[in-house]
Design a protein around this ligand. Structure first.
Ligand SMILES: Nc1ncnc2c1ncn2[C@@H]1O[C@H](COP(=O)(O)OP(=O)(O)O)[C@@H](O)[C@H]1O
Length: 304
């Protein structure tokens, strides 16, 4: 685990310049409100509370195919906190023989969003299981995806069990420290979804697409190498049923309609870090670490 204790080479000044576009550090002036990234509080002269390891509560937002899973999972290994992807929870459920399986399959394969109630229920189960194992902190990927999920204004049946779970989630999810918004040009998003391949055995994602988009109208070009599967995974690759051109376009449409407002929700609360992916993993990963102000030493060991 890359211990949080290895992060403190940050100065508030360099951090603020890294994330000046969207992330407000005004909260540093508050002794009471500790909802700032753990690495901020760790380094702040104003907040003298020692952060507990694993208390990171971060969210990754971004369009389908942008690489939320890839970077959230790398960062979770790096920081030693669980990576919780609601898309994975949904896929586990739809591949099970549970009562929701066929309904979920239909929704997901059409590129639609699963209902907030089902997502909350899957997420609460996952958080509870994690808590029972002693997990603390999380990097959420793909949640919240609607304003309703972000605000948790839910109208679930008021049964005691559900209320208790909701309260637990509320405590967790409204305490989000930092929201990383990954961005990539739409042509690249589509190509990445169509090229995505998953190993049925280990669940790792690979990509057969070689993306080479020329710069135009002042927008920089982007180049991304394919991400080939190693020999042990190569014969076991499958394509997600919702990674067809038609469904990806529908997922993108729904993202702009339902999920983009969530970006604004966190932007207005000073929690959003915008990150334009400059290229593939070798180029983007060190830059992401830099934007999060994780130091060079950590960077090298994480990239290895
Ligand atoms: N927070 C969520 N709210 C509603 N539906 C979700 C949520 N997370 C995942 N899903 C469902 O699972 C599908 C796959 O999600 P995910 O793996 O995150 O894919 P992507 O971000 O590439 O679209 C989504 O298209 C949607 O149907």
């Amino acid at each position: 685990m890359a211990a949080l204790s290895r992060i403190p080479k940050t100065s508030i000044k360099s951090l603020s310049s890294c994330i000046s576009r969207s992330f407000s550090i005004t909260k540093l002036n508050s002794e009471i409100d500790l909802k700032v990234p753990s690495f901020l509080s760790h380094n702040s002269l104003l907040l003298r509370q020692e952060p507990k390891e694993g208390n990171i509560q971060w969210v990754f937002l971004g369009c389908p195919g942008v690489g939320k899973g890839t970077y959230a999972s790398r960062l979770s290994n790096f920081l030693g906190v669980p990576h919780i992807a609601t898309g994975d929870l949904v896929r586990e459920e739809l591949n099970s023989s549970g009562p929701l399986a066929s309904q979920l399959k239909e929704t997901v394969n059409q590129g639609k969003l699963v209902s907030d109630e089902i997502i909350i229920s899957l997420l609460s189960k996952r958080l509870q299981a994690g808590e029972a194992k002693g997990e603390s902190g999380f990097i959420l990927d793909g949640f919240p995806r609607t304003i309703r999920q972000a605000t948790m204004c839910l109208s679930i049946q008021p049964d005691i069990h559900v209320l208790v779970i909701l309260q637990e989630i509320l405590e967790g999810v409204t305490d989000i420290d930092l929201v990383v918004n990954l961005k990539l040009r739409e042509e690249a998003l589509l190509a990445k979804c169509l090229g995505r391949r998953i190993c049925v055995e280990c669940g790792r994602n690979y990509n057969i697409a070689c993306i080479d988009i020329k710069g135009e109208n002042g927008n920089p070009g982007i180049y991304m190498d394919p991400l080939p599967a190693p020999p042990q995974c190569a014969p076991k690759l499958i394509q997600r049923a919702d990674d067809t051109e038609e469904v990806v376009k529908e997922r993108l449409r729904i993202y702009y309609e339902k999920s983009q407002p969530v970006e604004e929700f966190y932007r207005s609360r000073g929690k959003l870090l915008e990150f334009d992916l400059p290229g593939g993993i070798p180029e983007s990963w060190p830059k992401l670490l830099e934007a999060l102000n994780l130091d060079h030493e950590d960077k090298c060991s994480a990239a290895a």
